[in-house]
Design a protein around this ligand. Structure first.
Ligand SMILES: Cc1ncc(COP(=O)(O)O)c(C=O)c1O
Length: 436
């Protein structure tokens, strides 16, 4: 470190690429979507601009973090005001902003329970905490998770992630995986019952018979947008509770109204989770996550200390409060429902003209198309997926390749996407499919 190190930022793509290549660890360099890198300079609501000032529709929502819009003025103003007054206040000391947010989050949960909140910095930390909480409360070690689930990068969150490309050596054990109820290519075909039987069988054979819980994304996100079929979440909760365990809803992607019909994805099945995990959209880009649990389930954690340094950071929490307010006042959930339905309709139209699209699915603004080599065999086509993905960039659309085979194009934009945008997205996607 020299005294003369300049603070100006060099915006050129080549310089940024060179710095990343030289100074980023391999682990941080690896995850890049496009063949040619791109630099984003600014964002506003559902739009992004690159360093050359080209505009894009952000259908990835910066990995589903941008819930109500890039740089939403009310969220930015709330965070700026808080940052200027007191940027950080460690949770050991009292501050009203996180306390208000805890109350406001608890109010979004099903009535009839005393909900309590523990704020963390990231979704994976919240998943870790949910796992620890479930094990502490139940006294059982074994957890169930779904194949093709993604729950985060920490060692514990990896241990419940069912996609091998995200699993590294050194994960803790005591996790048994069950087949995900994928209605397009699941191993038991469409339906719910066989997948619930699978949970029973797995508890009976691959655990001690007593479990700490099950983690379920209400809509599998990175796994390729798989909404849980009717009866699955409630049936899974029932079976796991019979074995002494808890139902843990991972709402990191499916929460905050994104599914269009409900604030929380689990509400689609009328199930009340014991623990819900929230992140990403809660902060609209500010690092913030939370575990929301039934009070009695969180209570035994008081035996020991657990401290996330930035967990209840007031700047992020001020952003979180503004996000909840914008969701209510701007009728964001309804927009996700209406605009999502219009986009789904257009995607179905495109699929009817392009054999490469094997499936169109999703709910609200959590949508995906899946590319296959043959509609009958459903053989995944990651090459076609990558080609359409790259061509969409030329059309001003940023999508996401996802799914266990990288054969899905995921659309999870900021929930302010408009009906006019739907035309641009559908026309661009269709042009990309034609170019295939
Ligand atoms: C469903 C789900 N759970 C948990 C996580 C982990 O969140 P984070 O990346 O904030 O640690 C993610 C991140 O993509 C996710 O999609």
């Amino acid at each position: 470190m020299t005294d003369t190190m300049p603070l100006e930022t060099d915006w050129s793509l080549d310089a940024t690429a060179a710095r990343r290549d030289r100074y980023y660890a391999a682990s941080q360099r690896k995850f890049v979507p496009f063949a040619e890198p791109m630099v984003f300079r600014r964002g506003s609501m559902q739009y992004l601009w690159d360093a050359e000032d080209r505009q894009y529709i952000d259908l990835l929502g910066m990995n589903v973090c941008i819930s109500v819009g890039h740089c939403h003025p009310r969220v930015v103003a709330a965070a700026q005001a808080q940052a200027a007054e007191l940027t950080h206040c460690t949770t050991m000391f009292y501050h009203p902003t996180p306390a208000h947010l805890a109350e406001e989050l608890a109010a979004t949960m099903p009535s009839g329970q005393d909900w309590v909140v523990h704020f963390t910095n990231s979704g994976a930390e919240a998943i870790d905490l949910a796992m620890t909480m479930a094990r502490t409360y139940t006294g059982n070690l074994d957890l169930l998770a779904l194949r093709s689930a993604y729950h985060g990068p920490t060692a514990a969150a990896q241990s419940v992630t069912g996609i091998s490309g995200w699993r590294h050596p050194g994960m803790p054990g005591h996790v048994a995986f069950v087949a995900e109820p994928n209605q397009y290519r699941g191993i038991f075909g469409p339906g719910t019952e066989p997948y619930l039987n699978e949970i029973e069988q797995t508890i009976a054979t691959a655990t001690t018979g007593r479990v700490a819980g099950i983690l379920i994304e209400s809509v599998q996100g990175y796994g390729g947008i798989h909404p849980m079929p009717p009866g699955y979440m409630s049936g899974a909760a029932e079976r796991v509770r019979e074995a002494g365990g808890l139902y843990i809803a991972d709402e990191v992607q499916s929460g905050f109204g994104r599914t269009g019909d409900h604030m929380w994805g689990f509400e689609a099945d009328g199930v009340v989770p014991d623990i819900a995990v929230m992140a990403k959209g809660i902060g609209n880009g500010f690092p913030l996550a939370a575990v929301v649990a039934k009070k009695q389930i969180a209570a035994p954690m008081a035996e020991k200390f657990l401290f996330h340094t930035y967990g209840a950071n007031p700047t992020s929490c001020a952003a979180g409060r503004a996000v909840l307010q914008v969701i209510r006042e701007d009728r964001v959930q309804e927009n996700a429902r209406v605009v999502g339905a219009a986009l789904l309709e257009r995607l179905r139209g495109i699929a009817s003209r392009h054999q490469a699209i094997g499936d169109v699915r999703g709910t609200g603004l959590m949508l995906a198309i899946e590319l296959v080599k043959d509609r009958k065999t459903k053989e995944p086509d990651p090459q076609a997926t990558a080609a359409i993905f790259e061509a969409c960039r030329g059309e001003g659309l940023i999508l996401s390749k996802s799914g266990a085979f990288q054969s899905c194009l995921r659309m999870v934009p900021p929930m302010c996407l408009s009906l006019d945008d739907v035309d641009r997205v559908a026309d661009g996607l269709e042009a990309a499919c034609r170019a295939l």
